[in-house]
Design a protein around this ligand. Structure first.
Ligand code: FMN
Length: 277
């Protein structure tokens, strides 16, 4: 519950100006019920006159230079070969806890995290995902192809067939093709809430987590196959003890790198448009 201290408040009203729900009225010393608890008011107040137990102190200025961040982004790569070294549960716990500053739509903070380090469970997720995706790909066959071409177009069907071929080929040669024998998997899920954007929250969390992992000398690989398989097969949530009313929005494999990517590889400049007039 936000409290406004009459003694400290100098009525500069910076808090009013930054409140995203326009919920603060300094003259009437009131905070609207639909406060989303983002604490922008506490973060901006020069006198610490508004806040609650979440107001902890000053932020310290980071000294990360833009170039450092660019390098970090270039250094991050998806790792699919992990060292056999385990990641301590305390490190994984701290990792998820430190990541709580990742933003969420309307500050809903609905994301939940399930961390799997049990080798048998990881294998079960790996195998179930392969089975589920293979089954889905097998449904692209001579019977369904004309319908897919009609509904989605010939180009889409061609791409789907390419993906099918790639997946099936890899599944035959690498039975660890989903979890890559990584020592840990973080599953990001949320209750399927009618408001908010948990899917995007999870994507943003995941992107930030891959960079944070890099700084901790951990390596990561985002895994979309598990997300896709979990949408098709409820058994995946069952084996992970994820409640039925939760949706899996993202997963990320975490471990220590076995290999180091030494070279910088460029990427095409993205297509960019300005609408200035
Ligand atoms: C949403 C998303 C889903 C992904 N799913 C998988 C996956 O299931 N398996 C995998 O090996 N890599 C997966 N990746 C990793 C991409 O293949 C990888 O990011 C891309 O090839 C670029 O390589 P880089 O991450 O090393 O820059 C995924 C990446 C993203 C962003």
């Amino acid at each position: 519950m936000l409290v406004i201290s009459e003694d400290n408040c100098i009525k500069c009203k910076k808090c009013e100006s930054v409140c995203p729900v326009e919920g603060i009225d300094i003259d009437n010393k009131s905070v609207a019920k639909d406060c989303i608890k983002c604490y922008h008011c506490s973060a901006i107040c020069p006198r610490k006159a508004i806040g609650d137990r979440h107001t902890t102190g000053h932020t310290s200025q980071n000294n990360i230079q833009p170039y450092d961040f660019e390098l970090l982004m270039q250094q991050r790569r998806s790792h699919r070969i992990f060292s056999t070294q385990e990641v301590a549960p305390a490190i994984l716990k701290e990792f998820v806890e430190h990541m709580r500053f990742s933003p969420t739509a309307s500050n809903l903070q609905s994301l939940r995290f399930t961390v799997i380090t049990n080798k048998n469970k990881l294998k079960e997720v790996n195998d179930l995902t392969i089975q589920t995706i293979s089954k889905a790909y097998r449904s692209i066959n001579w019977v369904t192809k004309p319908l897919i071409a009609l509904l989605k177009g010939k180009a889409a069907l061609k791409k789907m067939e390419q993906s099918k071929r790639k997946f099936m080929r890899k599944a035959e040669s690498r039975n660890d093709m989903i979890c890559y024998n990584a020592p840990a998997l973080i599953v990001i899920h949320s209750e399927n809430i009618p408001v908010g954007m948990p899917c995007h929250d999870a994507g943003i969390w995941t992107g930030m987590a891959t960079l944070y992992a890099e700084l901790l000398n951990l390596s990561s690989c985002i895994n979309g196959y598990i997300v896709n398989a979990a949408q098709r097969n409820s058994k995946i949530k069952e084996v992970l003890h994820i409640p039925g009313n939760n949706e899996i929005y993202s997963t990320i494999l975490i471990g220590y790198p076995k290999l180091k990517y030494e070279n910088r590889v460029d990427r095409p400049i993205p297509k960019l448009r300005f609408i200035a007039e």
